[in-house]
Each structure stands twice: as C-alpha cells, then as structure tokens.
Design a binder for this molecule. Structure first.
Ligand SMILES: Cc1ncc(COP(=O)(O)O)c(C=O)c1O
Length: 413
C-alpha cells in the first residue's frame, strides 16, 4: 500500500517546499499550493481573464466555461448530485454566514439549532448572531474527555423545536472526526437538516456528501491546496431552492423592476457581484489535483505519521495531548501543551531553531480549548507531503525545549 504513495514526490510538486529545511506542519491553518494550481491561476490571468457575467466575447465565454468547470470539479469531489448545488463563497466562514442568514430567515423565535462545544468560531458566532437577531435558541452538544462530540447528550440536547444541526466534521483542534451517521440519524428523527463544517475534513480526502446523508457542507479552498479567498457551500438542490439570498447585488437576479425583484436560481442567487473568479478556478484545479491522490495510501501514511507524533509526545515529560489517542478516530491534527512552556514560545523556538512551522493559541475554538483545561495549545497538522523528517524535526525540537525547560527562559535565536 505504501509503495504507491511517495510523500517526497508529492512534495516536489510544491515550489514553496523546495527548501529542505522547512518542516511545514501548519496545514490546518493553510495548506501549500501545488504547481498545478499556480498554473491554473496563471492561465486564467494570462489567457482567460474576463468577467463571468455573461459577456459574449471570446474571453468572457472562456472565463465562464472555466468557472463552470471549477464548479463541476467541486461537485465531483463532494459527489454532489449536481454542479448547481455548489455555491462559491469566500471560504468556510462566508459559507456558514450565508447559511446562517439565508436559512435563518426561515426560522421562528423559539426554534433551536444544535451546535457543539467543539465548533470553530466560524461555526459558532454566525449562529449566535442569528440567535440574537431572531430569538433562536442554541443548544450545545458537550465534548468527551478526548474532545469528541458527546453523543450520549443527544437525547437531552435535541428537542422537537430543533431546526438544524450545524456541526464540525473534523475538529481543527483535536482532529476528532464526528460520528456523522449517528448525528444524521438524530437530526432525521426530528426532521432537522444537517450542516457540516468540513473545513478540516476535506483537506484529508474526498467526501461523499450523499453517502454521509447531510444537507449542507461548508469548506475553504486554502486548506485544500487551493487559493485563499475561495470556498464553497454545498446544499441539496431542493433546500437551496427554498432559501432567500444573503448578499444582494449584480448577477444574482432574473429580473429587477422599480419595486420588485425576481432572484436567479441557485447557485447564482447566492453569488452576488463579481465572484473571485481566478480563485474559484484555482479551487477547481486544487480539487482535481487532490482527486489524483491515492487516498487509501495517503490515509495510511497520515495514520502512521500521526501515531509517530502521538507516541513521541507521550514520551515527553509534561506534554499533554488534546484529542483522541486512537488514531482511527482522528485526522492528522495534533494539539498539545507542555507544562511550564507557553504554547506560542514553543512555536517560536521550533520555527527559529528547527524550521518547524506550527500554530499556537486557541485556534478560533476558545470554548473547546478552555473547556479541556488548556491555556492554549500548539498544533501540528499534516498534509500528504509531510514525511518522517518533518515529524522527527518536530519531536527533536520539542525534546530540546523540554531539556531546556526550567533552566533558563527559552530564548529564540
Ligand atoms: C473547522 C474550521 N471551520 C471553519 C474555519 C474557517 O475557515 P476560513 O477562515 O477559511 O473561512 C476553519 C479555519 O481554520 C476551521 O478550522
């Protein structure tokens, strides 16, 4: 299985990773971009650049064709029923805000939405704003000691007024994967649709939204090896068709009169104004690039590296990992703290002395990190181009930090 998978060959496709001294383990924040995506961006700017607002000249037609092809690539990667179920947004945050506004218009005071304690602020604050605007009740699934959604609480949290589940597919802090079949069953029992925040799940391989049985799926392009400023909201056609627009403006209408308006069908109803055309085309190229990876082998590789990290961390005095220790329940996103060393200091030292790029803090999931009793965590997150060298550089750096801890302040430089 591993013979077919060569992380170094993958790494060679990423110009920025040509530097052998760089150990990039901040993929959950933003993954790197392969040359194939750069080429797609450059091709648009040099050969197709025009608006996608229905101009009849050649460049406009070519730009529309490339934009539509990108939408089809996203639909393919998600196994969506149709390309028009894919709405381009500026990222996961804007996808969730879109849904919170549009779907929120269909809710009445006292209706309930189920979230969890593990949500990224992007899947928490838009719903909080909606709750304040329209008198919606937010119900929170707690988490287990390992930071997984505590499904034992479903009976208590889900009631007859539940109108939506809006939950993480994979936690950006603990790496824990949500048990989607059980969540979908609980939502169906009360007739509520399910939205998954897939920002951290999709970078680890294709997702089959129909097999998952969910209704909406949000994600960001820059975590999937694509450009920044682009993402998508997938929604079942019949549900999208029933939603009002969020943003209004050009190109999302069928007809505008002096005092009335007929909106276009989805997805254009939700794509007011000039979209990030190049970025959308880049996202299509990124998902086409991802589709060529052998994900069974990549998953095996990721499991192996995740295990290597967890085993290494377990041998470090004073290190505590936030998240499931069973690698089968998580993706390669590993957050940890080391007693007596500030998480940001860990990241500074790893960067300055070991060329290892990590991220520290609450990771925009402050309720989760706080509830788990951490004052902040350092996070290492994997992509298919990472290999044993990256993990070993991380562990060696951490061992040095632990050795120095208590002697003197760990000075960078
Ligand atoms: C789980 C999760 N949801 C949503 C987001 C927001 O993504 P973006 O900032 O690209 O909109 C992130 C980003 O870190 C995330 O990890």
């Amino acid at each position: 299985m591993t013979a077919r998978f060569d992380p170094r060959a993958i790494r060679r496709e990423f110009p920025i990773l040509a530097d052998p001294a760089l150990h990039y383990l901040d993929n959950a924040a933003t993954a790197q971009m392969p040359a194939a995506v750069e080429a797609a961006l450059l091709r648009f700017e040099r050969s197709l650049r025009a608006n996608v607002h229905g101009g009849v000249h050649r460049l406009a037609r070519d730009a529309v064709a490339a934009y539509d092809a990108a939408r089809a690539s996203v639909a393919r990667f998600l196994n969506a029923g149709a390309a028009h179920e894919v709405v381009f947004t500026y990222g996961a945050t804007s996808a969730i805000n879109l849904l919170a506004h549009a779907y929120g218009e269909r809710l009445a005071p006292g209706d309930e939405i189920v979230l969890s304690l593990a949500e990224h602020h992007s899947n928490l604050l838009p719903w909080r704003q909606l709750a304040a605007r329209r008198g919606i009740e937010l119900k929170h699934l707690p988490v287990t000691d390992e930071g997984r959604l505590d499904l034992a609480a479903l009976d208590r949290v889900v009631g007859p007024r539940c109108r939506l589940f809006a939950l993480t597919h994979c936690s950006n802090v603990s790496g824990a994967m949500s048990d989607v079949p059980r969540l979908v069953a609980a939502a169906r029992a009360v007739g509520a649709p399910v939205m998954l925040d897939g920002a951290q799940a999709l970078p680890h391989g294709p997702v089959d939204v129909r097999a998952l049985g969910v209704d909406f799926y949000a994600f960001s392009g820059h975590k999937c090896f694509g450009p920044t400023g682009i993402g998508a909201l997938w929604g079942r056609a019949e549900l999208l068709a029933d939603l009002p627009p969020f943003m209004t403006g050009g190109q999302m209408i069928r007809r505008v009169g002096f005092d009335d308006v007929e909106y276009a069908d989805p997805p254009r109803r939700f794509e007011a104004g000039t979209p990030p055309i190049a970025a959308a085309i880049g996202l299509g190229a990124a998902l086409d690039w991802m589709a060529r990876i052998d994900w069974d082998a990549a998953r095996y590789h990721e499991l192996r590296l995740t295990t290597r990290m967890l085993v290494g961390l377990s041998g470090l005095a004073g290190a505590r990992v936030l998240g499931p220790l069973d690698v089968n329940q998580r993706r390669g996103v590993v957050s940890f703290a080391i007693d007596g060393v500030d998480a940001t200091e860990i990241c500074r030292v790893l960067d300055a002395r070991h060329g290892v790029a990590l991220r520290s803090g609450y990771h925009c999931a402050q309720p989760l990190v706080t509830a788990m009793g951490f004052p902040g965590v350092a996070r290492a997150s994997l992509a298919p181009y990472n290999d044993d060298d990256d993990v070993d550089a991380l562990l060696e750096g951490l061992e040095a930090i632990v050795r120095e801890r208590g002697r003197a302040p760990v000075a960078v430089g």
